[in-house]
Design a protein around this ligand. Sequence first.
Ligand SMILES: Cc1ncc(COP(=O)(O)O)c(C=O)c1O
Length: 304
Amino acid sequence: MQKKVFFTNSGAESVECAIKIARKFYFSKGQLNRNRIISFEGSFHGRTMGTISAAGSRKLLEGFGPSLPGFDLVKRFSIDSVEKKISKKTCAILVEPILGEGGIITLPCAFLKGLKNLCKKYNLLLIFDEVQSGIGRSGHFLAHEYCEVSPDIVALAKGLGNGFPIGACLATKLVADCMVPGTHGSTYGGNPLGCAVALETTKHIMKPKFLSSIRKKGDFFKEKLSSLIDLFPEQILEVRGRGLMLGLKCVSKNVEIIDMCRKEKLLLVPGASNTLRILPPLTISYKEIEEGFDRLKQALLKMR
Ligand SMILES: Cc1ncc(COP(=O)(O)O)c(C=O)c1O
C-alpha cells in the first residue's frame, strides 16, 4: 500500500501527528463530530498533553490535569470491550502492538486482527504506536508485520535515528491526503541531518539477514531468561516479549532488582505491573547476551 510520511523530532510528536491525521481525515469528509479515539489503559504514548490524555494514566496526568477530551479508554484487551466503546463519534483506535512501558505485553495477533475487523465494520482508522516496538526491535521491521495486520497510520521514533532525535508518522496515501500544506508542520521535522541518519539506520536494519539475526538472538535470550523462572521462582514469574524487546514479570520488587543489576553493571528499565524491561542494542552479540544473563543471575543470587 502506498504510504506517505511526516517527519517529527520525537515519539510523542509522531503520535500527536497520528491523532491529528485521524481527526482531519473525517473532518475533510464533512464528518465534523467524528473525532473520538479509542485507546487503552496501561498504554504509553508520550508526555505531551494529547499523549498523556490518550494513555489516561493517573500517574502520567497527576499535576497536569485536566486531561484533554476526545479519548475513550478501554480497560481490557478484549474485542468485546472495544466494540462496546465504539460510537458514531469514534474515528480511530490507537494501540501499541507490543506495550513497552506498560510491561512488555505482546498483544496476540488474533486481537490485532480483531481490531482491524472492527475498523472495517465501523469504518474506523487503525493507528499503531510503534515508537518502541518498531525499527527492528521485535525482530520484524515493524512489530505488526508479524501479525500481517495493516494499520492506516503508524507512529515511529526511538530506533529510527539510532540515538539521534527523529520520528515519523506514516499513513496510507488515502488517509494522508487530508493533510494538505499548512495543516501541520514542524521547524526541525524532516531536517536533512536527521533524515540522513534515519536513512542509513533503516538501510541497515531493514536487511532481512539483520532482522533474522534479531529474531534468533531474541529466541536465544528468551530461552535463557525462561530458566530463571525455575531457578528463582520467588523472584521471577514470567518471560515476555518478542525479538529483543523482552520483559520479566517479577515477584520481588522490580526496582530492587534493577538496583542490584546496576551494581553488577547491567542496566535494565522498569515497566508497569512490576516488570523489568530488557532492551539491548540490536547489534548485541551472543557472548554479550550470555554475559548480561550471567550478571542478571548474579544480581538475583545476591538478593536471596
Ligand atoms: C510506545 C511509545 N510511544 C511514544 C513514546 C514517546 O516517545 P518520545 O519519548 O520520543 O516522545 C514512547 C517513549 O517511550 C513509547 O514507548
